[in-house]
Design a protein around this ligand. Structure first.
Ligand code: GLA
Length: 381
């Protein structure tokens, strides 16, 4: 693209991906989650280009880009462009200060791996444009407008967790986020001598978007039926296992299972927060295995590859627990592994996975890291 030749970066934004320790699919059910940013991220270099409405975006990683006009924002047929266009669309609703800009992106965050590369893309751009044009948006505005962009332009009816974690995380902590009140508590995470190891299955089954929206509808269906007996209930967050059992005959087995998973997953998040505070590592591991069981059997958002890796980890006494992390149907499993046993576990898992699926596993260690940062590269005087 032409603009790259004369590009002078004014601002650099680093926008991270995230893991979720526990609390899957609870965010859009107004429950609890426990995510943190990781050190894998997307970097944005931005400059104002002096035009009123012409913008250029180029991805170094994928060597592809596009030009857009601020007066003609519409959905694109090219999937990744919709994350950019959706954010711009939301910013234009909130501010008339946005003008022409150029942006170069670079990512070391694997896409489709359940680590929220989409939230990193949305939030990083919103964060950067907010700084560059002094739009006056708060961090929470950035989180919320990015979530809306995902609904309207990318088509996933996601909760708020990914965007919140990408922007708001603190190094060495997980965020206990109440998705109903948006109150958050930063919980220090010290798993020493254990490490968090991700195993990227390298599969992202294309059910992810369609089935995600179906799960959301199934939960809403559950709430509307439970409401007949318990009129005050507005979300699964307010439902207990006892209430659910009381309504069992009115619910299909499938909807009962979905609701049952969410109700117990919310409890697991709170138990996990306690286990971290008490440094009860065994409990941390047990909760992960329990969660995966529910993800696989009740919520049915796992896949043979993730199930295989989680089961495989159970034969290692050096692994405390494991589960698939993120929206589901592939992506990464998260494993809590003793520091001395990491290479043994990773090598054995890679070998077994290759034999079973003929796929090269991609393992990496992650540390709970800080949220989005911006560095101005032009001095203000
Ligand atoms: C995706 C969504 C999140 C959340 C997770 C599942 O990552 O973007 O909002 O629902 O799935 O926990």
């Amino acid at each position: 693209m032409q603009f790259i030749k004369d590009f002078t970066s004014e601002l650099k934004v680093v926008s991270p991906g995230r893991i979720n320790l526990i609390g899957e699919h609870t965010d859009y059910n107004m429950g609890y989650v426990l995510p943190t940013a990781i050190e894998k991220n997307i970097t944005f270099e931005l400059q104002k280009n002096g035009s009123k409405d012409t913008c250029n975006v180029y991805s170094k990683t994928f060597d592809t880009g596009f030009e857009l006009n601020l007066n003609r924002i519409a959905r694109s047929n090219v999937e990744w462009q919709n994350y950019i266009l959706g954010v711009i669309n939301e910013i234009l609703k909130r501010s008339d200060k946005l003008k022409g800009f150029d942006c170069i992106l670079e990512s070391n965050l694997p896409t489709g791996s359940g680590l929220s590369s989409s939230a990193a893309l949305e939030c990083g751009l919103a964060y950067g444009l907010n700084e560059l044009f002094d739009l006056g948006l708060s961090k929470l505005d950035i989180v919320q407008l990015s979530q809306t962009a995902e609904h309207t332009y990318a088509g996933t009816q996601c909760g708020i967790m990914d965007q919140y974690a990408s922007v708001m995380s603190r190094a060495g902590h997980v965020i206990l986020l109440d998705c109903l009140s948006l109150e958050s508590n930063y919980i220090p995470i010290d798993l020493n001598p254990y490490k968090i190891i991700l195993l990227n299955t390298k599969v992202s089954h294309n059910l992810a978007t369609s089935e995600y929206n179906v799960r959301k509808q199934e939960c809403e269906q559950g709430v509307s039926i439970i409401k007949n007996k318990y009129p005050k209930v507005n979300s699964l967050r307010e439902v207990t296992q006892e209430m659910l059992v009381d309504c069992k005959n009115d619910l299909s087995q499938k909807v009962f299972n979905r609701c049952s998973f969410i109700v117990s997953e919310n409890q697991r998040v709170l138990q996990m927060a306690d286990a971290l505070r008490l440094k009860d590592h065994k409990k941390v591991g047990d909760l992960l295995y329990d969660a995966h069981e529910g993800i696989s059997k009740l919520y049915e958002v796992s896949c043979p590859e993730s199930d295989f890796l989680v089961n495989f980890s159970k034969s290692f006494h050096t692994v405390l627990g494991a589960r698939q992390t993120g929206g589901g149907f592939g992506g990464c499993t998260l494993n809590i592994v003793h520091a001395d046993a990491v290479s043994d576990f990773v090598e054995s898992a890679a070998k077994a996975y290759k034999e079973k699926f003929n796929i090269d596993l991609e393992p990496f260690k992650v540390e709970p890291s800080g949220g989005t940062t911006a560095i101005s590269l032009i001095s203000s005087n």
